[in-house]
Design a protein around this ligand. Structure first.
Ligand code: EPZ
Length: 422
């Protein structure tokens, strides 16, 4: 298994290009099941999760062609061969559950393995199930698979549903299923993430009739059929936030090419409160810290437009080097502090009590052998390694490959001392 060795680096200078959003692409790809015409996705990120979704869709009979070194995905769902999404693929990636809604709407049936828990929490499917039942779906759990059927294997029926929690995935499954339902549907307490807005943009270009995306109430008027389309994937705000922290933790000034501040307002506001200067340029954003030391700030993760849970681990790495004490509260997942013990191995002072971590900044972190446990925790260790004395070796970096394309190259290009070793 590969590791990444990162040494104390900085100041960093140069440009980092931001790729298309993993979490937009992972819902745009299953959305193509809704049409029997070809859909082309451009600005697609080159990530292992995208490969996993491609395999899953191909197992259903979707033709998936990757062009231009994976930047372009050409998908065609004109002839599906099965409605069963097998455990051996679904268990690798929770986002596989996003075939449930579109498959059900397109084929009248979907048999999808439960994704199983993962490192950051149990992550049940109850919100997806109740949302789809509001559209007339009959869903039961048998042998670890969700068996979903439309009424008499015909069309779903438009309905209104209020989510108990603004789940991103449940919102996406509801929207995709409702696009082909008979009549009008409305989802209340919907998630408002930019990746959902991007999904709706693509669905509208396929002929869907949707309004309210990006707000808490989304209305969908079902249509008989969706056409093919070409859609450019929105930039990855989580990759953007992650790399914005590199010059902040290691010093210097970096331009994030393609970065859009308006998709990360809560995060940018926190960085500015901590003493970071962010300026918008013609090509994106430049970031640098105002002083040599960052101020400690308190963070509470929340659904969009709040502080993203997917940037909590990275922010914790920064707070380990800040002056003062910061409190990070994780409200979205029940176990998303696994990076804390690894950061403590690097000399960080972190006290975790349930969903709250208190971080007392230290003068200098020390390089150490650490282990990645999940996608965002792994990159927080790389960020910490940039500021730590000596060398930090991060093992199990396959987690990183799920969400960060060319990470070593992108950081090396701005002066980081970093290499991938077998
Ligand atoms: C999406 O996951 C993202 N993944 C996650 O990013 C992100 O952390 C999460 O949204 C929150 O923003 C993709 O978009 C592919 P949720 P999703 O449904 O849809 C609970 C990353 O690092 N819940 O909003 O699975 C759930 O257990 C990944 O890129 C239920 O209880 O998130 C969690 O505690 C990690 N029942 C909370 O809601 C359900 O039926 C948020 O889940 C569904 C979810």
């Amino acid at each position: 298994m590969d590791s990444i060795v990162v040494e104390e680096s900085g100041p960093l200078n140069g440009k980092i290009p931001i790729a298309g959003a993993k979490n937009a692409c992972l819902t745009l790809m299953p959305a193509t099941l809704l049409s029997d015409e070809p859909v082309t996705l451009t600005n697609a990120p080159r990530l292992s999760d995208i490969g996993t979704m491609s395999l899953l869709l191909q197992s259903l009979g979707v033709e998936v062609e990757t062009l231009n070194e994976g930047l372009v995905l050409a998908l065609s769902s004109h002839a599906l061969k099965t409605t069963r999404a097998d455990y051996d693929i679904v268990r690798k990636m929770r986002a596989s559950n996003l075939v449930l809604g579109p498959l059900l709407a397109r084929a009248g049936e979907a048999i999808v393995s439960l994704p199983g828990g993962c490192a950051i929490g149990a992550r049940p499917m109850d919100l997806h199930i109740s949302a789809l039942r509001a559209l007339g779906a009959e869903i039961e759990l048998k042998d670890g698979y969700l068996h979903a059927m439309t009424p008499n294997k015909g069309r779903l029926v438009g309905g209104t549903h209020k989510l108990k929690f603004a789940s991103v995935g449940a919102t996406e499954n509801f929207i995709m299923a409702a696009c082909l339902a008979k009549g009008r549907s409305q989802l209340k307490n919907a998630a408002m993430e930019p990746e959902i807005v991007d999904l709706v943009k693509c669905l509208k270009s396929m002929g869907a009739n949707i309004s309210g995306e990006g707000t808490k109430t989304i209305t969908i008027n079902g249509v008989e059929k969706l056409q093919g389309a070409t859609h450019s994937v929105v930039m990855d705000r989580i990759e953007l936030g992650t790399y914005m922290l590199a010059p902040v933790i290691a010093g210097g000034e970096v331009e994030l090419v393609g970065g859009q501040m308006e998709l990360l307002e809560a995060f940018c506001n926190k960085l500015m409160e901590a003493g970071v200067e962010i300026s918008e340029t013609a090509n994106g954003l430049t970031v640098k810290r105002k002083l040599d030391k960052i101020n400690a700030v308190d963070v509470t993760t929340a659904v969009y437009p709040g502080f993203p849970t997917d940037l909590q681990a990275q922010m914790m790495a920064l707070m380990c080097t800040a002056s003062g004490v910061s409190t990070l509260e994780e409200t979205i997942f029940e176990n998303r502090f696994m990076h804390a013990p690894e950061l403590i191995r690097m000399g960080a002072q972190i006290d975790v009590q349930g969903g709250i971590a208190r971080v007392k900044g230290v003068q200098k972190l020390k390089g150490a052998q650490v282990m990645a446990t999940d996608l965002r925790a792994s990159v927080s260790l790389i960020l910490a390694g940039l500021a730590a004395q000596g060398k930090t070796r991060v093992s199990r970096v396959y987690h990183l490959d799920r969400g960060y394309e060319k990470l070593v190259e992108k950081l090396e290009n701005v002066g980081a001392k970093i290499e991938r070793v077998r």
